[in-house]
Unconditional design. Sequence first.
Length: 319
Amino acid sequence: MIYWDSLIGKYLIQGVLHALIVAVVVEALLKVWQIDRPYFRLRFRLLILLFPPMAMPLYQIIYPQRQESAIFDSSHWLSLPFVGFILIILICLVSIVFLLQEVIPFIRQASSIRRHSKISEVNNPRLKKAILAIDNSLTGGIPPVILINSPTPIIHTSGFIWSAILISQAIIDTLDPEELESALAHEVVHITRKDHLKLGLLFFLRVLMFFNPFVLIAFRRIIQDTEKGCDDLAVKLTQKPLALASGLIKVYRIIEGEPLLRQKGLRLRLSLGLQAKKACLTERVERLVRPRPNHNLIYPNTRLIMTAGGLALLLFFVV
C-alpha cells in the first residue's frame, strides 16, 4: 500500500497531476496556435516529459512549505473513499503496459539484431546506387551503412553516440530503387539530427515516469513527431514523397501481415501497440500523399519559453 503523504507518494501523485496539466495546456496551445510542423510540436510536447520528473523535487528544494500556498491540494481528494485505491490500480496498469509494449519489445529487437551476422562491406549494387544518390545530396556525406543477414525487412539506426544504419537483404529485395533510396534517406536524417541520442535521453525520462499514463502518451507522440519530421526532410533530399509512402506500406504489410489502409468499417483484431503503430503509419502516409501547407508560426521559441515559464508558475501551486 502506498502512503500518499510520504515523499514517494507525493512524487507519484504530483508527477501524474503535473503531467496531466502540462499535457492539457500544451495540446490546447498546439491547436489554438495551429502548430503543425512536427519539430515545433515535438518541442512543446517535451514539456510533458520534462516537468513531471523534475518539478516536484525542485520545488521541494526551493520552498519545502509550498503546500501551505497550494491552490490545488491532492491530499483532500486522496482522503476520499476508493480514490487512492483507484489511483494505485491505474499506476499498476500503466506500469504493465510500459513493460509489455516498450521494455520487452525493445529487448527482443536488440537481441534479434545481435543474432544476425553483419557484413561490413556493402557489395549490393542496388544498395550502392541508393547510397550514392543520397551521398550526392549531402554536404557531410552519408553515415556508415551495415548490411545484415536477416529474413526480416530491417532498416533503422543503431547506436547511441556513434551510429550506423542497419539494413537487411530482405528489405533491399522488397523495395524498388526509389523506395529504397527514400527509406535510406529517412534513416540518414535520423542520424544527422542525432535523434538516436535525443530519444535515448527521453526514454530515460520515460523510464523514471513508467507509472505515468500522460507521459506514456506524450512519449509516443514525440516519437511520431520525430518520424514525421524525418519524413519531411527525407522528401527534401529525394523529392520522392510517394516512394517513401509506398515503402512504408510495403514494410508494414510484410512485418505485421495486415494491410495498412483498410476499408471503412472493417474491424481488425490488433493489439494496442499494433493499433498505435498502424495509426502512426497511416498519418505518415497521408501526409506524404496529401501534403498540406504549414502555418508560419511567429516567434516559436518565445512562445515556448513563455509556455514553460507559465507552467512552472502554475505547477508550483499544485501539490
